[in-house]
Design a protein around this ligand. Structure first.
Ligand code: VG1
Ligand code: CO
Length: 542
């Protein structure tokens, strides 16, 4: 039986960089998830009888919300739901399923790299028919609807069995439980030279992949161990746990420290990698070398033609504004377009759909291509492996040669997490006030060339997104960028992105923090970080 339930709006359901993210107890409030899901449906048109994809990263509360979403999809008139077995679909796999089965859209349940568990984070995100995150005009409409919603529709039926593949029905709507891995593995096999990677591994090349007890475990087991022949044990922490084993499923140098140490040891494997909660991020560490995500994007773009899926070359490269300019130099050399977008994957969708960009990336360990409309952690790992198999050189050699050819962009991000919200907003407001006076000003040897608050003009749909981060550019190409996170759930997180370009190969082996020390000091002086946040040090340095 379909029922209509009356409800009251919540004031705080504004989607951030990547969907709505809140603590689990917030989502457990009466009708909280239902309100948001109904607001999604109320903001869409033409979905009657169409297919909706539903899946998540397996974190705490995933199954409960999946049941609600299925029953609400039925009551709202969808014709079919495709859901991953066990409620599991990595974010890139969900994007692929939406595209492959021509679904109307999808609901992805994840708070990505944020921790999970009864008092940790949960999230809901809507993806449109191209497989990508809903653009701002859709998320704005969803938010507006959450402010006025007074009822939602749901089928009053028992739960669907999520653990058996095949089709069941909720009233008239078909619910098909699918293998979450099969379609994705097939897609990867169509893009990369699996035979060459298999031969590399059979020749003794050792891979270490840390799934961080999150969603990529089953995908990495199937692809790296089963299809590519990596020995059992190459994939670590491969069972997705609702609380990620109590860890932070964020593949960076702080939270994936164990992998980093393994890769720096004398008997290190040849290649190390990790992914995040929902499988869209990647950490790449070669033996003895951590590859910054910005460098990884540039190196993948420069070498992508070595993989069959990209043999024809790239149409263009897109990167988020805070991502380093390393990819720009590759685009210049290849004679292709370079697009600079605001933070968040939703801004790449139009560029990929229009064929303007083939590869995209963010400094936050996100890389992807036109094969789906999300960033894709395992995809990046497989492209690296394909390149390593084709070039028959170590990751360290490939990175160093890249720097020698293009110069090195020293790059680091300093995060100040869970800062007082008013203090963070005050800091950004004060910076914005100063912008007009900065050009021409000197800080020690650094002279400001330009400073602005980044605005993006989408070349495809002509939409404009303002206030996307304060950037201060210095003469000589160094840069500091400041913005507030749109994915955190406690207080505010200030992100400071620091970059210096170094053309001289004699100076490519400096310690990153040392190479950036003067810029780091200027960033603090300019934004009054210590005094305004009360923090002496960043919480996380990547
Ligand atoms: C962060 C990253 C951004 C990324 C977003 C979602 O956003 O900086 O690059 O797209 O997370 O990634 P913010 O607003 O906190 O800086 V995921 O893997 O969390 O969905
Ligand atoms: Co993620």
């Amino acid at each position: 039986m379909m029922i209509t339930v009356s409800t009251n709006p919540y004031g705080d359901q504004k989607p951030g960089t990547s969907g709505l993210r809140k603590k689990v107890p917030v989502f457990q409030q009466k009708n909280y998830a239902e309100n948001f899901i109904q607001s999604i449906f109320d903001s869409l048109e033409g979905y009657q009888g169409e297919t909706l994809v539903i899946g998540g990263d397996g974190r705490y509360y995933n199954r409960e919300v999946i049941q609600k979403a299925i029953k609400m999809a039925a009551a709202n008139g969808f014709g079919r739901v495709l859901v991953g077995r066990g409620g599991i679909l990595s974010t890139p796999a969900a994007s692929n399923v939406i595209r492959k089965y021509k679904a109307f859209g999808g609901i992805v349940l994840s708070a990505s790299h944020n921790p999970g568990g009864p008092t940790e984070d949960f999230g809901i995100k809507y993806n449109v028919g191209n497989g990508g995150p809903a653009p701002e005009r859709v998320t704005d409409a969803i938010f507006a609807r959450t402010q006025a919603i007074d009822s939602y529709r749901i089928a009053d039926v028992p739960d669907v069995n999520l653990d058996v593949e095949g089709t069941q029905h909720v009233e008239d709507m078909a619910v098909t439980v699918i293998d979450p891995v099969a379609d994705y593995a097939e897609l990867m096999e169509s893009l990369f030279d699996f035979a060459a990677i298999r031969a590399l591994i059979a020749g003794g090349f050792r891979v270490a992949f840390d799934a961080m007890s999150a969603v990529t475990g089953p995908y990495a087991k199937e692809i790296l161990e089963k299809r590519l022949g990596a020995p059992k044990g190459s994939v670590m922490n491969f069972i997705p746990l609702p609380d990620f084993g109590g860890h932070h499923p964020d593949p960076n140098l702080v939270h994936a420290r164990a992998l980093y140490e393994t890769m720096m040891a004398p008997d290190a494997p040849d290649f190390g990698a990790a992914s995040d909660g929902d499988g869209d991020r990647n950490l790449i560490i070669g033996r003895g070398i951590f590859v910054t995500p910005s460098d990884s994007l540039a190196i993948l773009a420069a070498n992508a033609h070595l993989a069959p899926g990209y043999a024809k070359g790239l149409a263009g490269i897109a990167r988020s504004m805070p991502t380093s300019g390393a990819a720009d130099r590759v685009a210049e050399k290849l004679g292709i377009g370079l697009y600079e977008t605001p933070t968040g994957w939703k801004f790449f969708g139009n560029l990929l759909d229009e064929g303007l960009a083939t590869i995209c990336g963010e400094e936050s360990a996100g890389t992807g291509s036109n094969h789906v409309r999300e960033k894709d952690g395992l995809w990046a790992v497989l492209l690296w492996l394909n390149i390593l198999a084709a070039r028959k050189e170590s990751a360290l050699d490939i990175v160093q040669k890249h720097w020698a050819t293009y110069g090195r962009n020293y790059y680091s991000r300093h995060d100040y997490e869970a800062v007082d919200t008013d203090a963070a907003n005050g800091l950004m407001a004060a910076l914005r006030e100063k912008l007009a006076d900065l050009p021409g000003k000197s800080f020690g040897a650094l002279k400001v060339e330009a400073a602005d608050d980044f605005s993006y003009h989408d070349p495809v749909d002509k939409s404009v997104s303002k206030n996307q981060g304060v950037r201060v550019l210095f003469e000589g190409g160094s840069r500091v960028v400041f913005r507030l996170s749109g994915t955190g759930t406690s207080g505010a997180t200030l992100r400071v992105y620091i970059e210096r370009y170094e053309p001289d190969p004699e100076r490519h082996d400096l310690d990153t923090q040392a190479a950036l020390a003067d810029l780091i000091a200027v960033a603090d002086e300019m934004a009054e970080i210590k005094t305004r946040t009360g923090r002496e040090e960043p919480s996380v340095i990547t």
